[in-house]
Design a protein around this ligand. Structure first.
Ligand code: CTP
Length: 416
């Protein structure tokens, strides 16, 4: 059980698609977090995975029928008592039945009685996902307050590829955790907004095998991308070196290595972005000389490494906006990783950095002593150019991402 969760009642609904086997990973995610998991498969789902598997994994009955256990009135009780319902995979047929309010099995009856967050993770062939009937059903479910995830793109059953692939179980689990932490964390307020996010650390080569790098895992930037897509944004993620992260569904990834490459990608793409979020840990310095071949031991101490300063990408964006190369409406968000020192605390340094960088929002994190870098949880402050300062309480990086996106939305609203 992680720091932010208590034992909650999670319903995992499983639709009848080949991706039903991946529901096992979703169930495991929630049981390993210590939650009470109740699996409700559709009858069709049991063609793909047996009831015994769902019961063994969850430790609870897993029937698709409303007429089993009638004295317990499961068709209303399970939904009424749930803190979260996750449907994985959500097939076209299951979403159609849910959108029209059918209650012809235990899962759809549960959906009608649930008053908690409902997360649909769709999986189907691209043609079915793109069909106007499915689009309309998705729109209806969203209008009813459910969260329908943007599916991943990639290999589907057979040889075809395209959007419609089930998002990875870990990602479904992370978004489920977010909704348990904060039920209103995924409003559809960024529909069509183009967001450019940098994440991870840059690596500055010394020779073909060595580099200067930093401890950034990329988790905060990836969490921002993951949450932004599910709020309707069109997201491009410029990723340096990362660890312990998986590619969020529906996000375009542009991999880079050095600060110079990151600057090039950001500059090229920022002109068509509505929001740029610089979550990457960009190396401030790079070696002046990059050896063509491996630097060998020769008995003597090596020459000192001489460094030169990298461009400040964030400041460059603010300058480009002032020069009219970006639109005035472009929202620019920076991060500050601070340790505090004799000149001031973490927040003091954050305030100075906000002014120096000139961005609209600055997320200030305390780093050092195992904080922020590589961890799953984070805490900090959110400073705005208009002078507001909000404490971001300790919580998952996905939760922090949702609060940062709230602030982005607010800046966009104020500008209109
Ligand atoms: N940043 C950047 N380009 C750089 C260095 C940093 O765009 N060459 C961005 C980071 O992505 C982050 C913000 O600037 O959004 C602040 O990064 P940080 O490392 O905290 O600040 P620095 O500018 O490097 O200042 P200092 O190291 O002096 O604290």
């Amino acid at each position: 059980m992680n720091a932010t969760s208590t034992r909650r009642r999670v319903v995992v609904g499983v639709g009848g698609g080949i991706a039903a086997y991946k529901a096992c990973g979703v169930i495991r995610h929630f049981t390993e977090s210590g939650h009470d998991v109740r699996v409700i498969p559709t009858r069709a789902a049991l063609n793909f995975v047996g009831q015994a598997t769902f019961e063994a994994l969850s430790g609870n009955p897993a029937t698709p029928e409303v007429f089993d256990d009638v004295p317990d009135v499961p068709h209303v009780r399970v939904g009424q008592g749930a803190d979260l319902v996750v449907i994985a995979p959500a097939t076209a047929d299951l979403m159609a039945r849910a959108a029209t309010g059918r209650a012809d099995d235990l899962l759809t009856a549960t959906l009608l009685t649930a008053r908690c967050p409902v997360l649909f993770a769709p999986a189907m062939h691209t043609e079915m996902w793109e069909h106007p009937a499915t689009r309309a059903n998705v729109a209806t479910l969203r209008a009813h307050g459910s969260i329908v995830m943007t599916p991943a793109s990639g290999r589907l059953t057979g040889t075809d590829t395209g959007p419609g692939r089930l998002p990875e179980p870990d990602e479904i689990g992370l978004l489920g955790d977010l909704l348990l932490e904060r039920p209103d964390a995924l409003p559809r307020d960024l529909e069509g907004v183009r967001i450019l996010i940098t994440a991870g650390g840059t690596r500055e080569p010394l020779d073909p095998v060595r580099y200067l790098g930093n401890r950034s895992s990329g988790k905060q930037g990836f969490a921002l991308a993951r949450a932004a897509v599910q709020r309707g944004a069109s997201v491009t993620l410029i990723a340096g070196s990362v660890s312990g992260v998986s590619v969020p569904a529906g996000v375009e990834i542009a991999p880079v290595v050095t600060a110079a490459e990151m600057e090039q990608e950001v500059t090229r793409r920022a002109a068509v972005a509505d929001v740029v979020i610089m979550a990457a840990a960009v190396a401030d310095f790079r070696p002046v000389v990059r050896a063509e071949s491996k630097i060998k031991k020769n008995g003597a101490d090596p020459d000192p490494i001489v460094l030169t300063t990298n461009p400040d990408i964030l400041h460059g964006l603010v300058t480009a906006r002032a020069a009219g190369d970006l639109t005035d409406e472009t929202v620019i968000v920076g991060f500050a990783a601070e340790t505090g020192d004799a000149d001031g605390g973490v927040l003091d340094h954050g305030r100075i950095k906000l002014v120096r960088k000139g961005c609209d929002l600055l997320v200030v994190n305390a780093v050092g002593d195992g904080r922020a870098f590589g961890t799953d949880d984070n805490t900090g402050w959110l400073l705005t150019a208009t002078g507001t300062e909000t404490a971001l309480p300790m919580g998952s990086k996905t939760l922090m991402a949702s609060r940062i996106l709230d602030a982005v939305s607010e800046v966009r609203r104020d500008r209109r």
